[in-house]
Every structure is written in structure tokens, then in C-alpha cells.
Design a protein around this ligand. Structure first.
Ligand code: 2HA
Ligand code: ZN
Length: 271
């Protein structure tokens, strides 16, 4: 059996959480990541028959029984993942009953997965239904995106359009736009269900006055989506109080989308 500390997926979780912490997106225990793993690959590092303990999920995940995820722990700080992955991360498999998680590694201090695991798993199920290659769901509190929530209308079309105007690359990186939910109580199945519903349409979902969710095939893609939104939101916040002299026009966004061959939300433009 190979040493799990050398597994590429553990390395990716350590690097990504450290990076997000340094960017200021994950203060204290803010944020969480779940990453669906390949069973054969995990089997090179762990005995898949050795269940350390079981943890109730609190909702029905029958659609993804047998799937294995590496997930950040509840109450754990992104800041600390790199130094102690075995306490701050866990690897769980969704049991055959669809209502329990089987712990295969991690949460060494008796902990469990993030309180947002329902929202993550429901988002995985929703994304897999439209993109069978989806693997990662990520949540964080990026500063400028959050600031923008307080001064910009929380309307999907208007919010996406403003972001698209802020950086030339935006319409190319997230042509599907950004879904927006109003402020809701976090850690609940209700916010999970609402997020998953949006995830059928969007890879990015803003949680009003809380943060953002993204989903993607790889850690880079998922991180890159949030990074691009955050950059656009930063430009917005640096300029929102100043007279606007120039902007990227809707006709120019069409030019970009056509040149790069992306299928964009035409109803999010004003043509
Ligand atoms: O896990 O970010 O939304 C901490 C959070 C809750
Ligand atoms: Zn949060």
C-alpha cells in the first residue's frame, strides 16, 4: 500500500486550501471543498474494506452510493489543512443505504465532514446529471465578491452582466453566467437543495451576502472560476463609485464569445 500523504489528491487539497487561505477567501473555518475520487486510485493508498466509523448524512444521497470523496472537516480551518491533513480532511464513501458516510481516512480527532456537505453532495448530483465529468465542488468567502453583494442588485442577469463587463476574459471563462441565491440560512438541506437546483444551470452560484459555490471537472477549473469572478468583482469595487467612462460593450462580448466558440447566456446580454 502506498503512503496516502503522497497521494496527488491529498496534495491538491493541501495546496488549494493553503492558496485560498492566503487569498483571504477562507477566514477561520470559512469555506469547504469536496472532491470525488477514483475508487481504483484510492485503493492504492487505503484498504477500502476498512471502515473507521460511519457518520449519518442527514439526507438521501442514493444517486451517488459507493462514490468516494475527500472533504474538508467541519469547524476546521483552511489555514491548518496543509500542516495536518489527517485531522482537517477526511475521505468518505457514500454507503449503500444512501444515508450514511463511511469514513475511510482522516478526521483523526473524531471530527466529521463540513456542515455544508449536504449542499456539496446535492451539487455534485446536480452537476453530474448535466456533466458526468464533474468532480469538484468548492465554497468560500471571496472578499470583493462578497463586498459587491452589498452594493449590487442580487439579480442573476444583472450580476453576471456586470461581472462580464469588468474583465475581457469573463464571458469566455463563465459563459454560463452566475446563479444567485438570496441570503439563506447556511448548513441546512434547504440551502443545499436551492444550490443544487441552480447548479443544473450554472457552475457558479452566489450565496447572497455569504459567499460563492463553484463546480468543475478539476481543482484548477473550479478554483479558476471563483478566481475570475473575484477579479471582476474587485475591478467593480474599485470603480463602482467613480464615473464610468468606458466599458466592454455587449457587441464586443458577442465578438469574444463567437471567437472563442463558447455557448453563452444570450439572454444575459442587452441586445
Ligand atoms: O464551513 O463557510 O458556509 C464554513 C462555511 C459555512
Ligand atoms: Zn460559508
Amino acid at each position: 500500500m502506498k503512503n496516502i500523504m503522497n497521494a496527488p489528491f491529498v496534495e491538491e487539497m493541501r495546496k488549494t486550501t493553503a492558496n485560498m487561505y492566503r487569498l483571504g477567501w477562507d477566514e477561520r473555518n470559512g469555506g469547504n471543498i469536496s472532491y470525488m475520487l477514483d475508487e481504483v486510485e484510492v485503493g492504492e493508498y487505503l484498504d477500502l474494506n476498512n471502515i473507521i466509523r460511519t457518520i449519518p448524512l442527514g439526507f438521501d444521497a442514493t444517486a451517488i452510493t459507493g462514490k468516494i470523496f475527500i472533504v474538508t472537516g467541519t469547524g476546521k480551518y483552511f489555514k491548518n489543512v496543509d500542516g495536518d491533513p489527517e485531522t482537517n480532511l477526511g475521505i468518505v464513501r457514500i454507503a449503500d443505504d444512501g444515508r450514511t458516510a463511511e469514513l475511510l481516512w482522516g478526521y483523526k480527532d473524531g471530527g466529521k465532514f463540513t456542515s455544508e456537505f449536504p449542499a456539496h453532495l446535492m451539487s455534485h448530483m446536480a452537476r453530474l446529471s448535466v456533466d458526468p465529468e464533474n468532480r469538484v465542488v468548492m465554497h468560500c468567502h471571496p472578499t470583493h465578491t462578497l463586498a459587491m453583494n452589498y452594493v449590487h442588485e442580487l439579480d442573476e442577469k444583472k450580476f453576471t452582466h456586470t461581472l462580464w463587463e469588468m474583465c475581457t476574459e469573463c464571458i469566455v471563462v463563465f459563459p454560463d453566467g452566475v446563479g444567485v441565491l438570496p441570503w439563506m440560512l447556511c448548513g441546512t438541506n434547504s440551502i443545499g437543495e436551492a444550490t443544487a437546483e441552480k447548479m443544473k444551470e450554472f457552475r457558479l452560484v452566489v450565496w447572497g451576502m455569504h459567499g460563492i459555490y463553484s463546480a468543475g471537472k478539476t481543482m484548477d477549473e473550479t478554483f479558476g472560476l471563483i478566481e475570475t469572478v473575484e477579479k471582476a468583482a474587485q475591478i467593480y469595487m474599485l470603480t463602482a463609485h467613480l464615473p464610468r467612462i468606458n466599458t466592454i460593450k455587449d457587441e464586443e462580448m458577442v465578438e469574444l464569445a463567437e471567437f472563442f466558440g463558447v455557448n453563452y447566456r444570450k439572454d444575459f446580454l442587452n441586445l
